[in-house]
Design a protein around this ligand. Structure first.
Ligand code: FES
Length: 365
């Protein structure tokens, strides 16, 4: 594959309806510069985006944020997306929902809900999300999602301050009736990079988590699917981030910019076009930001000569920037990267020291 064209249409659109959020997670994946409420695009904009996405061949729309339930037009947007044949998934903290709104969302056509949990019990979870009462609310809303007949996935971002609860979090997801649990070790770019020393687990804790997931996967087969995103800093082969840059996903920000990945704004020099200024299909096929790292032409050694270059596509561009200072370098997670050894050493040194206080993420500050 060269850098001229994508292989086909994107599978999914991540619609970041707002960056506003009541939680203050220290690993927040929203950009360092968040879009204020006044900059958010209106209902008509998103409906046009969904029209264009469906025409382009997108199958799924992930309604995300920030906290997407802060949008009063969420039901209208879901109704519109599903009328265009899109499978609608809501990614939410759930703390602002109640059972009546969950039913309204289901009636609008919402098919699937992903609820994040920060721990297995309230004291830990509410401390990490910095939102008192949040954990109990999430539990209640997960049950309401089940009652409303929607599919449920539980998302669990893991780090040194909740990894000891992983077994109990798996049990909780199964008890809540989730069909899927996504266990994802923290990705260290953006705000999470700032909190890395507070979040990074030891190699021993990671190995124990790997073994626990393998054991529970077997025990819960047929009942709960556990997706597992391994921690990059202790890995040897990079993830196929985003399924390859500009190949499977596109992301629209609250103010209408179209990104190849949710963290792409961390990469200097990329220019992002707006969905109200150019057709989505043209941005997907020819937009400069999508072309920049699509395919293999942009690669340098050791990626250029690697047999896996069309498997992992060089790993994560945002991580290459964060760790190597060069977004076109090999992802330092790769064992062939000259920066790989330093990555593991840094992780182990930070994990061996006591964790500093969290720098919480506050919207608007
Ligand atoms: Fe942006 Fe991996 S997070 S390419």
């Amino acid at each position: 594959m060269n850098a001229i064209a994508p292989a086909g249409p994107p599978l999914a659109l991540l619609a970041e309806l707002t960056h506003r959020c009541p939680l203050q997670c220290p690993y927040c994946s929203n950009p360092l510069e968040m879009v204020r409420a006044a900059g958010e695009r209106d209902t008509g904009f998103w409906m046009r985006v969904f029209d264009e996405a469906a025409a382009l061949g997108v199958l799924q729309v992930h309604l995300s944020g920030g906290e997407p339930t802060l949008r009063g037009d969420l039901e209208a947007l879901i109704r519109h997306a599903t009328s265009r044949g899109l499978y609608a998934n809501l990614i939410t903290s759930a703390v602002l929902l109640d059972a009546a709104r969950v039913r309204a969302l289901a009636e609008a056509g919402l098919a699937h809900v992903q609820i994040s949990i920060q721990g297995a019990e309230a004291a830990t979870a509410d401390r990490i999300g910095h939102y008192r009462g949040g954990h109990e609310k999430k539990i209640a809303i997960a049950r309401a999602v089940n009652d409303a007949g929607m599919a449920l996935t539980v998302n669990a971002v893991m780090h040194r301050q909740n990894l000891h609860q992983l077994g109990a979090m798996i049990d909780l997801a199964a008890e809540l009736g989730a069909g899927r649990l996504e266990v994802a070790h923290t990705q260290y770019h953006g705000w999470a990079l700032r909190n890395r020393a507070s979040l990074i687990p030891s190699l021993e804790a990671v190995k124990a988590a790997d073994a626990l997931v393998a054991e529970r996967r077997a025990a819960l087969e047929g009942r709960l699917v556990i997706d597992y995103v391994a921690p990059d800093y202790y890995a040897n082969q990079p993830k196929t981030c985003m399924g390859g840059w500009g190949q499977r996903f596109l992301n629209v920000t609250p103010d209408g910019r179209v990104l190849p990945c949710h963290a792409a704004e961390t990469i200097p020099g990329l220019e992002f076009e707006r969905a109200d200024e150019r057709p989505l299909a043209e941005i997907w096929r020819n937009g400069a930001a999508f072309m920049r790292f699509r395919g293999t032409d942009w690669m340098q050694e050791p990626c250029t000569s690697c047999a896996l270059k069309e498997v992992d596509w060089g790993g994560c561009r945002c991580q290459a920037l964060a760790m190597a200072g060069d977004a076109s370098a090999a992802d330092p997670v790769c064992g062939r990267s000259p920066r790989h050894a330093a990555l593991g050493e840094r992780a182990m040194a930070e994990a061996a020291a006591p964790p500093p206080e969290f720098a919480y993420r506050r919207f608007g500050k």
